[in-house]
Design a protein around this ligand. Structure first.
Ligand code: APR
Length: 591
């Protein structure tokens, strides 16, 4: 149940300024206007005191000096109410089919497909290159530098090339018409002998047994995934650089290359990626092998596997496999680019607030915010199932970012351009259900290999064990910089932001504070914002009214930063909501 926003301010002085004197009991309630502007005052009687209600002061009220001020404020409010823009007023990427873009690589942008061929319209082919068994690159399973101990007849152990063992095991599976989970387990254990008895496959087994016959394409699909995985050395010929902390860099790969890398993740072939011990080589990277998805059966795992298997069914079918490109960009905010929040003069950006819809549907074409974990993808390969995990299951190509994206720093974000949505879903968390294929209306015709117009921005909020931890300017400023790093990553001509209660679910953040922080960041980034409250009607109204007030008063980001400093100070001793505090403490000079 959404936390009740207390829309009554408790400062009597403020009440006079912003609210009509409700002593008039003529009972002749003015009919609320219909239409969007009425939203701000479409509140029930108890909320008539709503500071954003656009009703003029009641007739018959003595007009003193203060009343004159009320009128001025109400007039501003009226205009401000209209400034809650419509969703259509916000900038999106055109949904139209994309014409193949001109591709280029550079010192900080690695392209894994042949750029010359692509730009000449010759389609998508793997770029030639050499293997790099190096700490700045992904250690690929097919690398000639990857060795393993192989025990023969339990007596003789020798060093063999690990890819020989892997490809033999995968080709054995690929040749079968149907593959059972035992066969999968046996193959995976062959080249991961260290984890024999540690990795369980009960979730995968139960999944294959309990999925309805009509949907249970797994036994025939598992060999196809194995065949795709076994061609890694053909699909990926150029070393994949790691997107390392502190360095702005990007990688472009084809959707086919991504599917091959994910098929290898499915068959757990990536070396050195199975331990997150502090001294482990990849301890600061997310896991990538799917073994954690195959164990600890739960309803959640079943629904996750339905989405994953649908993805592989699509990409292993020549008639449906996607042929576009996806780019992963790590952005680091330089100190010189970090705003001096206290002195920012920007006023509120365009804002649309709605309790209907979701970021990924109604926010199509906008820069869609992923409420991320600093280890990108969070619990998508284990039991997590909130906004980010759902996003990654609907767009499984995002999972490959876990292969090369190091833990995000406080001043960093990851942007993914061109990923495809393969599935639909319903519910959330424990009620999440895979809801069938998604026909990505941005899907290209087979011959086109441009890029889908979908841009996803992964920014990780801070996690609070206790809510009061967030009321400190150190934390607030970190969140401002994090959001700004992502929001400003593109020029002003790029899409506006589609966001919501970032950091306010699993991470226990304060929705009012996070909404103000995102508004401030969007203002300085010169971006409009669509805020999806995810069916929280109460919060939608509160945020609309708060926004109306801030817009009407021409509040600057610098003003807000000062108010947040005062708020954090009193929050240590007083339990007052941010919106109420702002209403009661607007700089008098603005009224
Ligand atoms: N569109 C709009 N709002 C949404 C959507 C959506 N598709 N999905 C969820 N929300 C709202 C819900 O109200 C939710 O409570 O966003 C709120 C926050 O979602 P969380 O996923 O809990 O985000 P956060 O608090 O930032 O936690 C991030 O959870 O998913 C993991 O890997 C992620 O570790 C990270 C943590």
């Amino acid at each position: 149940m959404a936390k009740r926003c207390d829309k009554h301010n408790d400062s009597s002085q403020m009440q006079k300024i912003l609210q009509p004197d409700v002593t008039d009991r003529s009972g002749q309630e003015e009919k609320h206007k219909q239409g969007p502007e009425a939203k701000c005052d479409a509140t029930d009687k108890a909320d008539q005191a709503s500071p954003c209600s656009s009703k003029p002061p009641c007739a018959g009220v003595e007009r003193g000096r203060e009343e004159k001020r009320d009128e001025r404020v109400w007039k501003q409010r009226e205009e401000a109410t209209d400034s809650c823009c419509l969703l259509e007023d916000l900038r999106r990427l055109p949904p139209s089919r994309v014409t193949p873009e001109r591709l280029s690589f550079g010192e900080t942008h690695t392209v894994l497909v042949d750029v010359g061929l692509f730009n000449s319209g010759g389609g998508v082919q793997a770029q030639q290159g050499r293997d790099m068994w190096h700490s700045n690159f992904v250690k690929l399973p097919c690398s000639p530098s990857s060795w393993m101990n192989k025990t023969i007849l339990k007596i003789h152990t020798s060093q063999v090339k690990r890819w020989e063992v892997i490809s033999k095991a995968l080709e054995r599976l690929a040749k079968k018409k149907t593959v059972m989970v035992d066969n999968v387990e046996e193959a995976i254990m062959e080249y991961n002998p260290k984890y024999k008895g540690q990795w369980s496959f009960d979730a995968l087994s139960s999944f294959v047994k309990c999925i309805p016959e009509a949907e249970n394409y797994s036994p025939a699909l598992l060999p196809k995934i194995a065949a795709l995985a076994s061609r890694l050395h053909e699909h990926v010929k150029k070393a994949i650089p790691l997107l390392q902390r502190g360095r702005t860099a990007s990688i472009t790969l084809s959707q086919v290359q991504i599917s091959c890398l994910l098929a290898n993740a499915f068959y757990c072939t990536f070396p050195h990626r199975n331990t997150s011990a502090p001294n482990a080589e990849y301890h600061s990277y997310p896991t990538i092998n799917f073994n954690s998805l195959f164990g600890q059966w739960s309803v959640r795992k079943k629904e996750k596997l339905r989405a994953i298997m649908h993805y592989f069914k699509t990409v292993t079918d020549d008639n449906s496999k996607p042929r576009g490109l996806v780019t992963f960009e790590r952005h680091c905010l330089k100190d010189t680019d970090t705003p001096k929040w206290r002195s920012c003069e920007e006023t509120m950006p365009k804002l649309h607030v709605t309790s209907d819809g979701r970021i990924e549907t109604e926010g199509t074409g906008m820069l869609q915010v992923d409420f991320a974990c600093n280890l990108i993808g969070g619990g998508v390969l284990s039991s997590g199932l909130v906004q980010e995990e759902i996003l990654f299951l609907m767009n499984p190509e995002l999972i490959v970012s876990r292969l090369f994206t190091e833990k995000l720093g406080d001043n960093e974000c990851l942007i993914i351009k061109g990923s495809q949505q393969f599935s639909c879903y319903s519910g959330f968390s424990d009620s999440f259900e895979w809801a069938g294929p998604h026909d990505d209306r941005l899907t290209r015709a087979k011959r086109e290999c441009g890029r889908l117009h979908r841009q996803i921005l992964a920014i990780d909020a801070l996690r609070y064990r206790h809510r009061r931890e967030q009321y400190s300017m150190l934390q607030v400023t970190r969140e401002l910089n994090k959001a700004f790093c992502g929001f400003k990553a593109y020029g002003q001509s790029d899409p506006d932001i589609a966001t919501g209660k970032w950091g306010c679910g699993a991470f226990n953040g304060d929705p009012q504070l996070k909404a103000v922080i995102q508004l401030m960041a969007a203002a300085v980034a010169k971006k409009g914002m669509a805020f999806f409250t995810f069916e929280d009607e109460m919060f939608k109204e509160c945020l609309q009214q708060m926004y109306c007030l801030l817009a009407a008063q021409g509040i600057t980001v610098g003003n807000l930063y000062g108010l947040l400093e005062d708020y954090c100070a009193i929050k240590q001793t007083a339990d007052v909501e941010l919106f109420q505090f702002i209403r009661s403490n607007l700089p008098k000079s603005l009224l």
